[in-house]
Write a protein that binds this ligand. Structure first.
Ligand code: HEM
Length: 433
């Protein structure tokens, strides 16, 4: 179908910039990706990327525009097309194996009004700050175990592999009721699920295939389904008070939640809930190593930890994009957007928008206010945001008193992804207090 994105009167983003924004590899290098976003915000805040092999898309880079698009869930849908940007070959493969549909997972991300609200309501209460705060002691026990583990290293470790990766996974799996012995399987699946473009995260037999991303997604989702089907059945037979039991025993329109939708929920929470948080935690420590005045401040005044958490999430922006699809002709920033146009919401760019954040590239835990959009905005805004912030606050509260100093012991490495990711390695040298 022809859309306004085909017309040559539209603002077309220069090829080199468009390729940077779309290529997963660009996200392994802050200077490259943030340089491209800076250029776009200044010269073409709402422009069209036309990269061969991909659908033409609007690239939304300004904080205000991202909020405007995300706020209106009826005008901008998630699920009329793929809510995640992949190449056309991968979308074609997904359609082929999925009965013509791109809805590969029946999770909140793949839903629009009114379906979205009816599913989100099932758990939104459980995730409210007042409810989540009751989990504080349970989470603190897990944080202490992780800190003890870090301190068992002799002054040097990889903060991601040896520490940040495991704790959020333990938290969400504990709240989910997944037994500890199954956590490595969950970790592996999540990394495959999100790290589909990173050669180190791919299943080897798929690395050379042009539809690798779609195949790996399908394989990861199937693995998750097999696992969660069993757990779901157990919770229906014997309900407990964990999150998985809540979902397994919930009802939609008076009937038990269908299998695909229950599994979609589990997969979304299992995957969204920890890679993002571990990357933000690593980003928080990295930020303080690059801008050490923050370390001195938070060591002297632990009441700055909530500010550290928010700044870590802004600065890291572990979710790189989601897509929206216009349902009707409309305008954003004076540009004509037509029904069926696709828009790429670039959270890391919005979070470095100089119109909102002074000295935006700088890591500053005293930044106030800090209206970042790393959790998105509007009806799809992150369901787990309060849990993520609580986990990170507790972890830093437990960790910081035990560390006298910390410094980089090698180059940090970032995951090759334009979707969800962040630190793959953060080598540190530390002195215990
Ligand atoms: C959605 C970011 C942690 C569960 C999202 C979205 C973003 C995001 C950007 C899409 C929002 C939008 O479309 O407007 C993050 C970040 C996290 C984090 C940066 C950590 C620092 C978590 C945690 C959980 C979680 C801990 C669950 C335990 C979800 C779910 C959705 C979501 C279920 C889909 C919501 C919907 O479509 O209605 N998150 N997230 N996230 N997140 Fe998170």
């Amino acid at each position: 179908m022809a859309t306004s994105l085909d017309a040559d009167v539209r603002p077309i983003i220069p090829d080199d910039i468009a390729r940077v924004v779309i290529a997963p590899k660009s996200y392994t290098d802050d200077a490259t990706i943030y340089g491209a976003f800076r250029w776009l915000r200044e010269h073409m805040p709402l422009g069209i990327a036309q990269v061969p092999g991909y659908d033409p898309i609007w690239v939304v880079t300004k904080h205000a525009d991202i909020k405007e698009v995300e706020r209106n869930g009826k005008l901008f849908h998630n699920a009329d097309h793929n809510p995640i940007l992949v190449d056309q070959a991968s979308d074609a493969f997904t359609r082929e194996i999925n009965g013509g549909s791109l809805r590969i997972l029946s999770s909140l991300t793949y839903m629009d009004p009114p379906e979205h609200a009816s599913y989100r309501t099932l758990t939104s209460n459980w995730f409210l700050p007042g409810k989540i705060s009751k989990l504080e002691e349970q989470i603190r026990v897990l944080a202490r175990q992780s800190v003890d583990n870090l301190l068992s290293f002799d002054g040097e470790c990889d903060f991601v592999r040896d520490f940040a990766l495991h704790y959020p996974l333990r938290v969400i799996m504990t709240l989910f009721g997944v037994p500890p012995e199954d956590e490595p399987r969950m970790l592996k699946l999540t990394q495959e699920f999100f790290g589909v473009h990173d050669p180190e995260e791919q299943r080897p037999e798929m690395a050379a295939d042009p539809v690798v991303a779609a195949k790996q997604w399908a394989a990861s989702i199937e693995d998750f389904y097999v696992y969660f089907d069993k757990l779901s059945a157990a919770r229906r037979e014997q309900p407990t008070d964990d999150l998985l039991s809540l979902i397994a025993n919930s009802r939609i329109n008076g009937a038990p939640i269908p299998r695909d939708e229950a599994n979609g929920y589990y997969v979304a929470i299992a995957t969204a809930g920890h890679d993002t948080t571990s990357s933000s935690t690593a980003g928080g420590l990295h930020g303080m190593m690059v801008y050490p005045e923050n370390w001195a401040k938070v060591k002297a005044d632990p009441s700055l930890i909530p500010g550290l958490v928010d700044e870590a999430i802004r600065w890291t922006s572990p979710v790189k994009h989601f897509m929206r699809n216009a349902t009707a002709d409309t305008q954003v920033r004076g540009m004509d957007i037509r029904a069926m146009d696709r828009l790429m919401i670039c959270y890391p760019s919005g979070n470095r928008d100089e119109a909102v954040f002074a000295d935006a590239d700088r890591f500053d835990i005293t930044r106030s206010p800090n209206p970042h959009i790393a959790f998105g905005f509007g009806p799809h805004m992150c369901l787990g945001q309060h849990l993520a912030k609580l986990e990170m606050r507790i972890l830093f509260e437990e960790l910081l008193p035990h560390l006298e100093s910390v410094e980089l012991a090698g180059d940090p490495r970032l995951v090759e992804t334009n979707f969800v990711g962040g630190y793959k390695a953060l080598p540190i040298r530390f002195k215990k207090s």
